[in-house]
Design a binder for this molecule. Sequence first.
Ligand SMILES: NC(=O)c1ccc[n+]([C@@H]2O[C@H](COP(=O)([O-])OP(=O)(O)OC[C@H]3O[C@@H](n4cnc5c(N)ncnc54)[C@H](O)[C@@H]3O)[C@@H](O)[C@H]2O)c1
Length: 358
Amino acid sequence: MVGIRIMHTLGIIGFGGMASYHLSQLRNNLSDIITVKGVYDVQETRQQAARDAGLVAYESADAMFADSEIDIVLIATPNDAHADYAIRAMRAGKNVMCEKPVTMSSEELKEVMRVRDETGKLFTINQNRRKDPDYIGIKNAIANDGVGELRQIESRVIGSRGLSYGWRHCKVTGGGIILDWGVHMIDQMMTMMPCKLSSLYCTMRFDTYKEVDDHFHLTLRFENGVNAIVEVATNNFFGKPRWYAACADGTIQVSDWGQPTVTVKPVDAEFVWADEIIQTKMGPSRTMLPRRQSEIETIETPLPDVINGVDHNYRCLVDAIEGKGALAVTAEEAMRTLVVIEKAFESAATGKAIEMNI
Ligand SMILES: NC(=O)c1ccc[n+]([C@@H]2O[C@H](COP(=O)([O-])OP(=O)(O)OC[C@H]3O[C@@H](n4cnc5c(N)ncnc54)[C@H](O)[C@@H]3O)[C@@H](O)[C@H]2O)c1
């Protein structure tokens, strides 16, 4: 028997770049469960863009919240407006899909969660990069390629163009790279580890604008002993591997976006050292002599086909509204990432490692 789907109706607050992407995903892939009705944006040019796209342009956010047809509100404004709109939307009886970073601070998020619990509405965050193929691919390789326990994992995104324009330059609107790309990469690392975080240390750079960070290098130490590095740079002209995982019995790399996972491990644990020091490219050494091809096994696996993260997050939200499933991303998970970011700022400012228990 084919189940009857309930149609949901969505309104968008903040109709810029990311909301336009949501609109195309919603229209192309989610039209079986969600209709997009209208938009509210503070800029008249964006209100007109909404009309041109066949949407209602509400005269205010409150006018949208008063529309009883709308049951889901997407918040895709600059970061400083997320909390206020989320609270007002839930108080008006709407469920909320909020763009990342969920809020500007853990204090703001606590208030959002209080209102969520008070109103009984659903609140989720678009951490869509949990469905990135490279992220799922590295997790699969660690689990399936016979490389033993994970010891160190490194996640990097490296660019050279500086910070993007507009509100991303200003502290007051939640600019800076750790709140932009960092929140995705830290969320991936926090949800990948099966245990608590026990300490962190962070350095930051402020090369392009003095007010907001454009580079961070964060070391996370987890209770299982795994050391994780997350680095996002905007002013570096050489890349580094997107992922690098050093395990007890092998090493895995994803060299760049879209590239396969490559695992290298020894074929034979028995290993005989040469008696003599050997002349190598790096000078005389036994320790750093590269392995012969016959001594190693290489496993190359294409990245998996994965559902688009935005599509997944909406499908889970709708299932949760209908009581058929759980949210893909919870405020509690977003809180952990936000606390890491707050402590990363503190560590970068003081030059000290910080003990954690989250
Ligand atoms: N999940 C992702 O991968 C991803 C990617 C990009 C951006 N984002 C997030 O999406 C949000 C928007 O980013 P963007 O790149 O679309 O920015 P943007 O500047 O392109 O768009 C923001 C829009 O919000 C409008 N706006 C500003 N203040 C407003 C207010 N108080 N009320 C209503 N509208 C307001 C602006 O006029 C603009 O049209 C940010 O939180 C950002 O972090 C997420």
